[in-house]
Design a protein around this ligand. Sequence first.
Ligand code: KG4
Ligand code: ZN
Length: 360
Amino acid sequence: MGLRPSKVAGQSPHMVLGLESSCDETAAAVVLRHPDGRGEILSNVVRSQIDEHRLYGGVVPELAARAHVAHMDHIVRRALGEAGVRLADLDGIAATAGPGLIGGVLVGLTTGKALAVASGKAFVAINHLEAHALTARLTDGASFPYLMLLVSGGHTQFVLVEGLGAYRKLGGTIDDALGEAFDKVAKMLGLGYPGGPEVERAALSGDATRFQFPKPLMGEDRLDFSFSGLKTAVRLAAERVSPLGEQDIADISASFQATVAGILARRTGQALQTLEVANKVLVVAGGVAANKVIGAALREATAAAGAQLIVPPPALCTDNGVMVAWAGLERLTAGHMDGLDFPARARWPLDDAAMAVHHG
Ligand code: KG4
Ligand code: ZN
């Protein structure tokens, strides 16, 4: 099936096409990995489905799957075209196999397998969370181990990245993802979608001290988050001052954002404390990482812990094909590849992805 570890251990650079379709971005990219481990992005094509989902204030799985079907082919063609390469030039094809919306995951995964069969190239199935986790190695040459804080529309968790395939989830949200909370708060305030950037913009002219919102779980030592009670508190505050004027919206946005920034900073400090290494590094990933107030709070928390903070450029923090191609390169150069029977997984905790490299 063309899945032999042929020239993967050689001294030439390797090139992989990465496909991503687990949420609302249809993405493909070609990335090169030089023998010294350095990565080079040859193309990065992302088609966001924000317009398809805006009307509903959130991602509609069925619409997402259809849009991936409609656009994956030409996105792949563009990624190859912009990189100036043909399928035959690649060493492998990597595709996100989960976790995510299963209808969408299937589109990229099936496309990746079909391209691998047609070209006789190696196929690598990628865990979306692993792709986020390894991006800092491409952008900043981060070396293991490091702590990752993933804050996106679908995930909010701390992961200890000990090595390729060696991940340990230290804690995460027990209800909403943080991006989801931003989106819901935006909706309550009559702001647009996606909510994160809208809340951040509204907060610029707001008074962050006007509302005192709760910080759920903060009294406990665990590295978990809960945003559902906070969300309810925001809704109650909005109802209390209704009808909402522009200043009310700004003040609620600023108070919510400051509360969240405080929660993340506190937990980050705690998480860094548990690391037993001399050079502590925190890598932030996910769409929420674009938030400047949150970024500043995390910078402060990492500095206080004597740690280094790595925030990859926003385009590589949100969903993209580059991170999938890069994870594929890391796995391929470690001699790992997957069979064409690899299943799409709606749920796929990172701790399980760990198994794949060692026993796959
Ligand atoms: O990583 P991402 O692009 O997609 C996935 O969920 O995988 O993250 C999107 C999420 C959305 O919920 C969006 O509202 C949030 O990230 N987001 C932000 C900001 N920009 C995007 N949240 C807070 N502040 C921002 N500036
Ligand atoms: Zn993501």
